[in-house]
Structure formats: structure tokens, C-alpha cells
Design a binder for this molecule. Structure first.
Ligand code: SF4
Ligand code: SF4
Length: 418
């Protein structure tokens, strides 16, 4: 498989870590050369000296999508497994935090704390709060970063309507009844931890969108975290336990082939890999909706830019579906940013371990989104939402970002009153 790499370098401009450092060993091609070295000379000194190069790989898979020779990302994963014993251990605080991120209760508490802190800071400093916090000599950069990149979205429907009405320049009312038609399709809904813990109102709005577009929802009893974070933070035993619990939960549905819909791309990729039976059964909400003619009636005359989560675009090959959905909203103009294929630098637990690089990538992404001329950014993964919101707060204060489902809810379930 390694010999499939002909060294053409076409993957390099798509790799976020190479784009930021320009260092060949931080590129896919460079990492593959290092892997070749380790295979030829399998000794611990070689592995230790290459640990940093593999540790810095975000696992975004943009290189896999870009490679014309079909070099698989699994080679880089293999390289990571070889150097794993030599990787620098995260600080105790970072390790503790990483372990808590698959707990909905912890995320919910964290979300409430972060929201309260941000409200106070915005009240005092306005839209420049994030920049001023960055300049303040607090000596707590990790906390500042955590606070800035916590995903938030309007907590109730009225707040969302007010925000979008301001952008659109008109007042709206919420539809009293849902525009459903035809016989509903049965789907089960998997609630991701970050969505449920940090963005519960947005999840409820996505459920309303699914119902309004002809789906009858079934809930998975006793569902657990998908296991992605446990798998990526060196807890394979926990990941397997969570996977087994979710498989059992899906088996308890009346129809054990019923599609299971998710909103977070990271959960989707993890669950598709539960086994061959789940490849087609696990469906991203954008894929479910992207195939339909959606009954949008109201105009949303905004320039909107969509950010592709890497686990959707590169991990699951989802590209056209969210764009198909957005293009159906009357009056909406879809614009594309530069480097749309490049990772925003969130990377789940990666962003916690590589805070400086993560922040630089978030700001790079935000600059491109601002230059697209968009009035609004939307995305469909909570990690990307928080990461990009933080970049925007630094680079484009005032350019809002929302979950894709929130915009769909507004376009489907509200109507203008003047
Ligand atoms: S991984 Fe693919 S795109 Fe990158 S240098 Fe090798 S052959 Fe070229
Ligand atoms: S997975 Fe992402 S960060 Fe890692 S080498 Fe590929 S493009 Fe670069």
C-alpha cells in the first residue's frame, strides 16, 4: 500500500498541518516517508524521533480524498500506532477533560458554565470579547480557548427567530402546524453526546425538521456515546463497551433494519464502522434530507456558506447533499470559501492536545469564511461549530455561525409577518 504513493504531492495543499507549518514531515507525503523508514528500520529510536510528526496529524483524511493513487488514511493510522508509546503525554488536566467529553451530564454542566461566562463577557466587551480576553494577561490560555470554542446555539426558538430575523431584515412567526404530507418514513434518531449536552435546543429543532419532512421518529432506548472520543483518546475498552451498548439499543427497535439518523458526522463515521451491517444503516441527517424535495416556502435572502465537517466530507464522502438542501431554500445564495476541503482544526480531542495549532487553523478557516462574503456560516458538527465560532470571534466578529438544522428549521417552520 505504501508503494502506491508516487510522491506527487497533490495531497499537500489539502493538509492543514502542512499548510500551517510548511514542514514536509507535517505533510501526508512526509509522514508516509517516515512510515517507510520505520518499517525498514523498526527500532524504538527511529519511532521516538518520528512521534511528533504523527502526533500532529489531525486524522481529518483530507489527504485520502485528494490522493489520485488511492493511498489510504489507514497507513497514517498505522504509523500513529507505531509511535504511540513515544508520544508526549497530555497534561493531567487535558487528559481528565478528554475523558469527560463523552459524558452528556458533564457537557451539559460545561455548556451552562460557558454560556454564563460568555454572557457576562459579551455584556462587558461586546463583539470584541474574545479578542480582549485573548489579550488579557490571565495566564490561563487553556481555559480561554476552551471557553471560546465551546459550541453554542440559540437556546430557544424565539431567540433563533430573532437572530435570523435581524439578518434577513423582517419579522417572523413560528408556524402553528407542520407541513407534513404523504405517509411517513420510519427512522430512529441517535442523539450525539455533544449535541444533547451542549446544543439540546438545536437537536429538538432538527427533530422538528425531520418530522416536517415526512419522517416518523423512533428513539433509541439506552443509547450511549458512539465511542469515537474513547477510541481517539486511548481507551479502546470503553469504546468497545459503548459500541456493544449501542448495537444492543439498535437491535431493540421493532424493525432491526430501520435507518438510524444522526446529526454529528463524527458519531456517524464511528458508528458506520461498527460493522458491515451499519455501513448503510447509519445515515447522516444531511444525506437523508439531501435526497428530498423539501417543502420550503419562505424566502431567506442571505449569502450562506456551508462548512463541511471532515468526518462527513472525507470520512463519509458527503459533499453535495448539504448543498442540495441549502440551494432549495428560496432566495438563499450559497457561496464557497477558499480551502473548503481543509480541516478547521477542531479534530475532537486533537484540538485539546494541540491548542496553539488548533487556534491558528480555526482563525485561518474563519478568514476564508469571511472572505467568501457570506452573511451566515452553517455547519453540521458541534466540534466544528465551536471551533469556527472561536475563529470568527477573533477574525470576523459579527459573522454568525449556526447549526445547519437551525437554519432549516427557520426556513421550514417560520413565516414572515410583514
Ligand atoms: S499520498 Fe497520494 S497525493 Fe500524496 S504524494 Fe502520495 S500519491 Fe501523491
Ligand atoms: S489526515 Fe489530515 S492532517 Fe493528517 S496527513 Fe492527512 S490531511 Fe494531513
Amino acid at each position: 500500500m505504501l508503494r502506491r504513493c508516487v510522491g506527487c504531492g497533490l495531497c499537500l495543499p489539502h493538509c492543514a498541518t502542512w499548510a500551517e507549518t510548511g514542514n514536509e514531515t507535517h505533510s501526508p507525503r512526509g509522514r508516509l516517508l517516515l512510515l517507510g523508514d520505520m518499517l525498514e528500520d523498526p527500532n524504538p529510536e527511529t519511532q521516538a524521533s518520528y512521534a511528533e510528526a504523527f502526533d500532529l496529524c489531525i486524522g481529518c483524511r483530507a489527504c485520502e480524498t485528494a490522493c489520485p493513487g488511492g493511498v489510504p488514511f489507514s497507513l497514517l493510522e498505522y504509523g500513529q500506532s507505531l509511535v504511540a508509546p513515544h508520544m508526549e503525554k497530555p497534561s493531567a488536566a487535558t487528559a481528565f477533560l478528554s475523558r469527560q467529553l463523552d459524558s452528556r451530564i458533564f457537557l451539559s454542566l460545561l455548556g451552562s458554565f460557558g454560556r454564563g461566562m460568555r454572557t457576562v463577557l459579551k455584556w462587558g466587551w461586546g463583539t470584541t470579547w474574545r479578542r480582549r480576553l485573548d489579550d488579557a494577561p490571565l495566564g490561563a490560555d487553556n481555559l480561554v480557548r476552551l471557553l471560546g470554542s465551546m459550541p453554542v446555539a440559540p437556546r430557544n426558538n424565539e431567540e433563533l427567530v430573532a437572530q435570523l430575523d435581524r439578518l434577513v431584515g423582517m419579522s417572523s412567526q413560528i408556524h402553528k402546524s407542520l407541513p407534513t404530507s404523504g405517509s411517513p418514513h420510519d427512522v430512529a434518531f441517535f442523539m450525539g453526546c455533544a449535541n444533547e449536552g451542549l446544543l439540546p435546543a438545536s437537536s429538538r429543532r432538527l427533530l422538528a425538521v425531520l418530522e416536517a419532512t415526512g419522517h416518523r421518529l423512533h428513539f433509541l432506548e439506552n443509547q450511549e456515546c458512539c465511542g469515537a472520543l474513547a477510541a481517539h483518546t486511548g481507551r479502546p475498552g470503553t469504546a468497545v463497551r459503548l459500541q456493544q451498548a449501542n448495537i444492543q439499543s439498535m437491535a431493540s427497535l421493532q424493525d432491526d433494519e430501520m435507518p438510524v439518523v444522526l446529526e454529528a458526522a463524527g458519531c456517524g463515521l464511528q458508528m458506520k464502522n461498527y460493522g458491515p451491517d451499519f455501513q448503510d444503516r447509519i445515515v447522516d441527517a444531511t444525506v437523508l434530507l439531501g435526497d428530498l424535495l423539501l417543502p420550503f416556502k419562505r424566502e431567506v435572502p442571505l449569502k450562506v456558506v456551508y462548512h463541511d465537517p471532515c468526518h462527513a466530507r472525507h470520512g463519509q464522502g458527503i459533499y453535495q447533499e448539504p448543498r442540495n438542501i441549502l440551494k432549495q431554500i428560496p432566495g438563499l445564495q450559497l457561496v464557497e470559501p477558499l480551502e473548503s476541503e481543509m480541516c478547521c482544526g477542531s479534530g475532537g480531542a486533537w484540538g485539546l492536545h494541540h491548542q496553539e495549532m488548533s487556534e491558528r487553523l480555526g482563525r485561518r478557516k474563519a478568514r476564508h469564511l469571511r472572505l467568501s462574503g457570506a452573511d451566515l456560516v452553517v455547519t453540521s458538527n458541534p466540534g466544528c461549530l465551536g471551533q469556527i465560532a472561536d475563529g470568527l470571534a477573533m477574525e470576523a466578529p459579527g459573522l454568525p455561525i449556526l447549526p445547519l438544522g437551525d437554519l432549516l428549521w427557520y426556513a421550514l417552520l417560520t413565516h414572515p409577518i410583514n
